[in-house]
Design a protein around this ligand. Structure first.
Ligand SMILES: [Zn+2]
Length: 242
């Protein structure tokens, strides 16, 4: 009888510890969450139909990137303002009614400031960030600002149905070579295991400080940029509807 009571007491303690442990990890809750619409694999296969309005999307953050209905340009957002860098090179603000097929968005609050060494290519920038922010186990958000000696960005014109896959659509991309422009990189680094859900490795979009040009970053060159990094603790994924 006493043995059974002791076992019951022990079991009760284990249940209590488990409950407290669970509560403690929920209670921590300070970490950043990224909200993502659809998956990169769905986009790669040509799912360019809007999944959510921009008005709904912007409730999840003030910083991010994505594209618009029909793969209509590159979206970049920072400081709560979101822009569409269109295939013709024009930059316009994204209206609440816009339909968004793919996006990642978060509230960007830097954990740590970054001061970058000079670099002459996107690859060198990525290597510098790998050293400044080691760790391949989770996702990081980056914001990097300053004067870019050169930056090559691309955008894509709106696609017509039946939608081609991303590889075919990108054959019609427009590339812009910008020189001596001030602006900001908005980017994410995803771990390898997120390949398909998002883009494994780095993905940057750019917008000039005067908000006149921008797009998906293909290459860049800069002497001295500063920025910040935020570690992401969780991902909230809205599955594609189709
Ligand atoms: Zn992009």
């Amino acid at each position: 009888m006493r043995g059974r009571m002791r076992r019951a007491l022990l079991l009760g303690c284990i249940v209590l510890i488990a409950a407290l442990g669970g509560h403690a990890s929920w209670g921590r809750g300070e970490g950043a969450t990224v909200f993502q619409v659809s998956t990169f694999d769905a986009l790669r296969k040509g799912l360019y139909d809007g999944q959510i309005t921009f008005g709904e999307l912007k409730k999840h953050g003030d910083f991010g990137m994505g594209t618009l209905n029909g793969l209509d340009g590159e979206m970049v957002g920072l400081d709560g303002e979101f822009y569409q860098a269109r295939g013709d090179g024009k930059v316009v603000t994204v209206p609440d009614s816009a339909q968004i097929p793919f996006a990642i968005i978060t509230y960007f609050r830097e954990d740590r400031k970054l001061s970058l060494p000079p670099f002459s290519s996107l690859e060198e920038l990525q290597k510098a960030l790998d050293e400044l922010v080691p760790g391949t186990e989770k996702m990081y958000a980056f914001r990097i600002d300053g004067l870019f000696e050169k930056i090559k960005v691309r955008s894509v014109p709106r696609q017509q149905k039946p939608f081609p896959g991303l590889v075919i659509a990108l054959k019609h991309q427009t590339v812009f070579d910008l020189q001596n422009v001030r602006g900001s990189l908005v980017g994410f680094r995803c771990p390898q295991y997120m390949d398909g859900v998002n883009v494994a490795g780095y993905h940057f979009h750019f917008i000039t400080t005067d908000r006149q040009a921008g797009g998906h970053v293909l290459d860049c060159d800069a002497e001295s940029l500063t920025g910040g990094v935020m570690g992401v603790d969780s991902l909230s994924l809205q599955f594609p509807k189709d």
